[in-house]
Design a protein around this ligand. Structure first.
Ligand code: ATP
Length: 610
């Protein structure tokens, strides 16, 4: 392994035990739909192995014919040099054809299988509950989809088949040489075990060192990933040099470890060369002495037989070496497939359950009730974020949540969409516990405008359509108009087809919010969750956003996480949250007159700030 960062650099190898193997083989179910080409590939592999194994024997006959030992040839073969050469050529041609179709079939199987695994895995990923994502890094999850899948790509078709082929070659090779000369075979096989043992020990140290190199490389990649994600902070803190030296140090460690591994690799290569040639010379030396004996001696070996013996020996050696490498590959693929299966075995959220034929689609009016809701984040079980939250919002009412930062406002709102399971209490929508509702249907009736709008890379049209895929053009334009977004969209030469996001133009915070509002208007949900941006917009933009929000909130139950006074005045009720509890509630008028109240103080503070 070098430092080029090969696929699957972070895949642990697992021991090849029967259980591991059986577990890993579960991934084979993805190959099943393609069993016909898979079996065709296997058969072709068998044919090409057979044709390979025939070649040394034919070469041996060629030499025997040249040495006038025609009697050693079976009756069905031509007895001339040209005749045998033609047969050899035919075999090579067949071998070429077999190999072409073998690769053709196996590639189909492996490409389709990998596509299916990736699709299934992705489908699984997007339906997993939020805590799953909070416990893992994005890079780790994407590497499941990319490197782990790539790692098993060839294994479950080519490598596994090749593994079987090598074993076949090994067995057939030994059988052939035994038949050729059992004396020489026993001599040859006696030299084998010590070589294999040495190669095995060598290989193990190399693998350990390569693993170290991979680990070091993975660590340096983390540095790059983090820096790129937070490039704004890197620049703001002028820590470019610091990051460069951190990365440089990581690279140096990688190089050190790679160089150490390369010494072993070099040693291994020279060992193999010496061992292989040494072994062959040894067998040649012994074999030549048998060839030298007079034909009457039972130990006599025809020249051609010695040639095919040596060739078979080479085949055997190559397959033993190949087996070691493939063993390692299969091990790491088992590791990769285990990690993929781990994700596939996770429990999805119960989304997208098809409705039973006789059930009516869920209708939501928007009556919301929280009763003694308690909550701890699954990733921070020791911190009770919501201690006891109870309130009731009638359909169509507008309620604002206010309170200091970290009080639990966003958490309250997120729980309505069942992004996390409750730790206690109940949430009811239209009098029904949300746990009893179909999750997809429930979420379809809730619209959100988050604090920070994330636009997907694509056109403005696609981004608005996210609210209701397939909506007609007129509805998109209407939603954009009502969200006060139409004006700026029209000002772009490409209008709705303007590409935004990472590779497109960058919209301002206010513009992005208005797109999010248009999205929500298009969705037309019964319940609306608004998380006001904390970052201030300029007053013109602020006015446009506010108007759009007012338009959006009409005739819907709305919960607003409010950061500004202007929003708060218009709502029906204000809930003041502090430390995971509702500490005050009432209208703006009522609460602002309680001088000792938290709300009045927050108001004062904001007034002073502005
Ligand atoms: N995904 C999460 N995992 C673990 N803890 C979280 C998570 N999100 C929020 N918290 C914690 O829960 C508490 C409440 O956070 P929440 O975001 O609900 O507050 P908030 O009132 O909305 O604050 P702000 O006004 O600053 O957005 C905080 O202590 C926060 O650290």
């Amino acid at each position: 392994m070098n430092t080029s960062g090969q696929v699957g650099a972070d895949v642990p190898k697992v021991k090849l035990t029967k259980e591991n193997f059986q577990r890993g083989l579960r991934i084979f179910r993805f190959v099943l739909p393609y069993k016909a080409p898979f079996i065709a590939g296997l058969l072709l592999l068998l044919f090409s192995s057979v044709s390979t194994m025939v070649m040394p024997k034919l070469l041996g006959y060629l030499v025997n014919v040249a040495n006038h030992q025609v009697h050693t040839l079976p009756a069905y073969l031509p007895k001339t040099i040209t005749g045998i050469a033609l047969v050899l050529f035919g075999v090579v041609l067949l071998q070429g054809i077999f190999s072409f179709f073998r690769i053709f079939f196996f590639s189909r199987v492996s490409e389709f299988t990998v596509r299916d695994i990736r699709r299934t895995l992705y489908q699984k990923l997007v339906t997993l509950p939020i805590p799953f994502f909070e416990q893992r890094r994005v890079g780790e999850i994407t590497s499941r989809l990319t490197s782990d899948v790539a790692n098993i790509q060839d294994t479950f078709t080519l490598t596994l088949a090749e593994f079987m082929r090598q074993i076949l070659t090994l067995l057939a090779g030994v059988a052939f040489i035994m038949w050729e000369s059992w004396r020489l075979s026993l001599f040859m096989l006696a030299t084998f075990p010590p070589l294999v043992l040495l190669a095995f020990l060598f290989g193990r140290s190399i693998r350990k060192l390569s693993k170290q190199t991979q680990d070091e490389l993975a660590k340096t990649n983390v540095i790059v990933e983090e820096t790129m994600q937070g490039i704004n902070s890197v620049k703001a803190f002028t820590s470019e040099q610091h990051e460069v030296s951190r990365y440089g140090a990581g690279l140096n460690r990688t190089v050190q470890s790679a160089l150490k591994a390369s010494v072993f690799r070099g040693g291994f290569v020279s060992f193999i060369i010496v061992a292989i040639f040494g072994g062959i010379f040894l067998v040649l030396w012994r074999g030549a002495s048998y060839v030298e004996l007079p034909a009457s001696d039972p130990r006599h070996l025809p020249m051609g037989d010695l040639v095919s013996f040596i060739l078979y020996t080479m085949f055997i050696g190559a397959s033993v070496a190949g087996l070691g490498e493939m063993y390692g590959k299969i091990q790491s693929s088992l590791g990769a497939s285990e990690r993929i299966l781990e994700i596939l075995d996770e429990t999805s959220e119960p989304v997208h359950q098809p409705l039973a034929a006789d059930t009516q689609p869920l209708r939501v009016h928007g009556d919301i009730e929280y009763q003694n809701v308690q909550f701890r984040y699954p990733t921070r079980p020791d911190l009770t974020v919501l201690k006891d939250i109870s309130f009731h919002i009638e359909a169509g009412e507008k309620v604002a949540l206010v309170g200091p930062s970290g009080a639990g406002k966003s958490t309250i709102v997120q729980l309505l969409m069942l992004l996390y399971p409750l730790s206690g209490g109940h949430i009811r929508v239209d009098g029904r516990d949300i746990n009893d509702l179909d999750l997809t249907e429930l979420r379809q009736h809730i619209g959100i405008v988050p604090q920070e709008t994330l636009l997907f890379g694509g056109t403005i049209r696609e981004n608005i359509l996210y609210g209701r895929p397939g909506a007609p053009e007129a509805d998109i334009i209407d939603a954009a108009r009502r969200a006060n977004a139409w004006q700026f969209i029209q000002s772009f030469p490409e209008g709705l087809d303007t590409v935004v996001g990472e590779r497109g133009i960058k919209l301002s915070g206010g513009q992005r919010q208005r797109i999010a509002i248009a999205r929500a208007i298009l969705k037309n949900p019964a319940i609306l969750l608004l998380d006001e941006a904390t970052s201030a917009l300029d007053s013109e933009s602020e006015k446009l956003v506010q108007q759009a929000m007012d338009e959006l909130m009409q005739n819907r139950t709305s919960i607003i996480i409010a950061h500004r006074l202007s929003t708060i005045r218009k709502v029906d009720k204000i809930l003041v949250i502090d430390g995971g509890r509702i500490v005050e509630q009432g209208s703006h008028e009522e609460l602002s007159h309680d001088d000792n109240g938290l709300y009045a103080n927050l108001l004062k503070l904001q007034f002073e700030l502005t």
